[in-house]
Each structure stands twice: as C-alpha cells, then as structure tokens.
Design a protein around this ligand. Structure first.
Ligand code: DGL
Length: 261
C-alpha cells in the first residue's frame, strides 16, 4: 500500500454499503470504518450547505479515528461537498463516487448514457460537466429519481413496488435511446435486478466496482492476505435500519451510535 492505513466511507444510510461491499472484495486486508448519517437521511433532498456541513463533520470524525483515505460513498455528497472536503482536509486522500464512473464512461463504448440520481446530484450537473471535460462526444441524460432512496430504506426491495416505481422513471422521455444506465446514487445498485427485468439491450454500469478499483489504485496494491474487520457507525441507530442492513448486506457486526455536533 502507498501508506494507506485505514479507509473511511460515509453515506446518508444504506447506500454506501454497496461501495463497502465492493471494497471488501477488492481490498479485504485494509481496515475500514463506515458511517451512515441516518439522522439526516435523505441527503438528496437537502441543500448543498446542509450536505457540506454534515460531510465535513463526518470526515473530521473519520480522520480522528485514523482514516487517511476517505471514500465519499454518496453521489449527493460527492457532488455538493467533494471539492470543499478536499480543500478542508488537505492531508487526506479522497475518492468520490463520480469521477471513476465518469472516467469509465469517457473511454467506454456508449454514445448516449442515462443517469438516475437524487435531486442534489442531478441539480449539481457534476456528471455531465465532468464527462464533457473528458469526452464531449458522449451524451449524458440525467433524471432525478427521488422516490427510490426512501423505497430502499423503507425495505421495499423485492416487493415489486420498487419495480413499478423504477418503470415509471425509466419510461421518462429523457432516457429515450440510452445505451447504458448509471446508478448515480449509491443506493441504486440494489435495484440492478429490478432494472434488468425492465431494460432490454441497455447496459447497467457497475458503479461500486469502478469506485473500488479507483480506491485500489490509490492504495497501490491488490489485496492483503488477511481479512480485517470493518467498524460501523450510525448517527441514529434504529432497529429497522439494522434489520435491513443484515437482510440486504448480511452485516452482523455491531453498529455504534455516534452523533456529530
Ligand atoms: N446514497 C446517496 C447518494 O449516492 C444519498 C441518497 C440520499 O440520502 O438521498 O446520493
């Protein structure tokens, strides 16, 4: 490793666990801390100022716990707070969840790509702006899909209701003719199965794998031999969240409560 001791990841809730899962596969030997800011969920409907304030406190906490590489495992926070965090914490290495995906799209085979995201992510224009800077010939059409996060956090995965809501969004004219779809919110990779049933001939971008690869490149090694434990924190620990984390991700570890003021 290039001296990376511990990786800190954060999201508003469950979503960042899709990135953690990919990271645990890619870099099982690096210690990790996950922080879910359930007290402030959803981030996607908050102002940039609020998202920046939450993110700054979380990064401060993760740094105080010894994390030297931070994965902003939330598109809304990456879009709203990414640059501020990098300026505020020059001693830390940051990987956001937007840049690795944009880099893959810029060099990929698709000419027209759809993006599903939160209101904050779509409002920021981060994906189209960054993509245009790398490869202006790839067209990106973004659609805000705010109902999807509450559906996932409320345990509607696998009920069929998530498929109906997803279908409603995928029928939007904005997405006509896209050849690939980006789950531009870290909760959305959990909708891959539902999306596969609705999308024909449209590639689903594996965003968590792309982010994990970018982290691995930064760490400068493949994986260490031994698997180390991940520590979990929530700003608000509810039985329903922990039940869902166990059901969806098989997480059996203890969740600690840490409110950040
Ligand atoms: N999972 C997050 C994202 O990638 C945040 C979702 C939310 O809290 O609205 O944007």
């Amino acid at each position: 490793m290039k001296g990376i001791q511990k990786i800190g990841l954060f999201d508003s809730g469950l979503g960042g666990l899709t990135v953690l899962q990919a990271l645990e596969q890619r870099l099982p030997g690096v210690p990790k801390i996950y922080y879910g800011d359930t007290l402030h969920l959803p981030y996607g409907d908050k102002s940039d100022a609020a998202i920046i304030s939450y993110s700054t406190k979380i990064v401060s906490f993760l740094a105080s716990e010894g994390c030297d590489l931070i994965v902003v495992a939330c598109n809304s926070a990456s879009a709203a707070a990414g640059k501020v965090l990098e300026a505020e914490f020059p001693g830390l290495v940051f990987i956001n969840v937007i840049d690795p995906v944009v880099a893959a799209l810029a060099s990929g085979p698709h000419e027209k790509v759809g993006l599903l995201g939160t209101r904050a992510t779509v409002r920021s224009g981060a994906y189209p702006t960054k993509l245009a800077a790398l490869n202006p010939s790839v067209e990106l059409c973004a659609l805000a899909t705010p109902l999807l996060v509450p559906l996932i956090e409320d345990g509607f995965l696998g009920t069929g209701i998530e498929t109906q809501v997803l279908k409603h969004y995928l029928d939007d004219k904005v997405l006509d003719g896209v050849q690939a779809l980006v789950p531009g919110c870290t909760h959305y990779p959990l909708l891959e199965q539902a999306a596969a049933a609705l999308l024909e001939g449209v590639d689903w971008i594996d965003a968590p794998a792309l982010v994990a690869e970018a982290v691995a490149v930064e760490c400068g090694s493949s994986s260490a031999d031994a698997e180390v434990e991940t520590t979990f924190y929530l700003s608000d620990k509810t039985p329903s969240f922990m039940e869902l984390a166990t059901k969806t991700f098989g997480i059996k570890a203890q969740w600690n409560t840490k409110v950040l003021d």
